[in-house]
Design a protein around this ligand. Structure first.
Ligand SMILES: Nc1ncnc2c1ncn2[C@@H]1O[C@H](COP(=O)(O)OP(=O)(O)O)[C@@H](O)[C@H]1O
Ligand SMILES: [Mg+2]
Length: 252
């Protein structure tokens, strides 16, 4: 058995006096795709944002133990920038920087390793764009503005720009919700191709998507982790009555 890459124990989070996470415990295995599902407001975004410490506001209080890619996330001593390099986040709306396609891919590298030689940079750009299945489409226009890409292309670029930093974990919060069906298919194919090379945690409100792409699935309700299991099992033989009701479409 390999060590979990994310280890979460008794994690609770309060926004002021509102408890958004209630003693969540789970392990994520290296290389797997884990989906977080549950009705709107159940705490999916809150949980995934904890994984690279994006809930670091004065009015937020966190209790419990959370280890991600070797970082003790809740410790004050932990370097949040280093954590976010190893556990990169992709959001709902593709948000490339107002720069060229090439400069988007290299942005993190220039920040963290400004002396990287041009030839190495070129290799990083090509490999990252190949990994997200965008290279053939953009190789002749790397200097074009990222905004000229389709929504799907921009979302792939947002994934590509994490890769030169060699992340271990990719965190994606509803990465397909702004895309049309073709774009969704393309990004799901991309996630499948990254399986094994990276650990992927994906929030989705689309149960069919969770079913198609994930190895294991978490069902959450009102800040609580109700059930975690292999995807096929969770959707066909859920253990908890509340999971059964949700996948039958009875709430949210
Ligand atoms: N920054 C915030 N301040 C206060 N309450 C918040 C904040 N973000 C989320 N919440 C609340 O926490 C709960 C969980 O939200 P969220 O994690 O965004 O759910 P989900 O992603 O599953 O829709 C909701 O009730 C939401 O209103
Ligand atoms: Mg959300």
């Amino acid at each position: 058995m390999s060590e979990p890459i994310i280890r979460c124990r008794g994690l609770s989070l309060w926004y002021g006096s509102f408890r958004a996470l209630d003693r969540v415990s789970l392990d994520v295995k290296p290389g797997e795709i884990l989906s977080l599902i549950g009705p709107s407001g159940c705490g999916k975004s809150t949980l995934i944002r904890c994984f690279n410490r994006m809930n670091d506001y004065p009015y937020v209080r966190i209790e419990g133990d959370l280890q991600v890619a070797g970082y003790d996330v809740t410790s004050r001593q932990t370097d949040a920038l280093a954590l976010r390099r190893d556990a990169g986040m992709v959001f709902q709306r593709p948000n490339p920087l107002p720069l060229s396609i090439r400069d988007n891919v290299l942005f993190g590298v220039r920040l963290h390793a400004p002396r990287t030689p041009r030839s190495v940079q070129d290799g990083l750009v090509e490999n990252s764009l190949r990994a997200v299945m965008l290279w053939d489409q953009v190789k002749d226009r790397l200097d074009h503005d990222a905004e000229t890409l389709s929504l799907e292309g921009r979302q792939k670029l947002c994934i590509a720009r994490l890769l030169p930093l060699k992340p271990k974990v990719l965190l994606m919060d509803e990465p397909c919700s702004a895309l049309d069906p073709d774009g969704i298919g393309a990004v799901e194919e991309l996630m499948g191709s990254l399986r094994g090379a990276f650990t992927q945690v994906i929030v989705t409100h689309n149960m069919q998507q969770a079913r198609r792409i994930s190895d294991r699935c978490v069902f959450m309700l009102m800040g609580e982790l109700v059930e975690l299991g292999p995807t096929a099992q969770l959707f066909t033989k859920p253990v908890d009555e509340r999971t059964a009701r949700y996948i039958e479409g009875r709430y949210g």
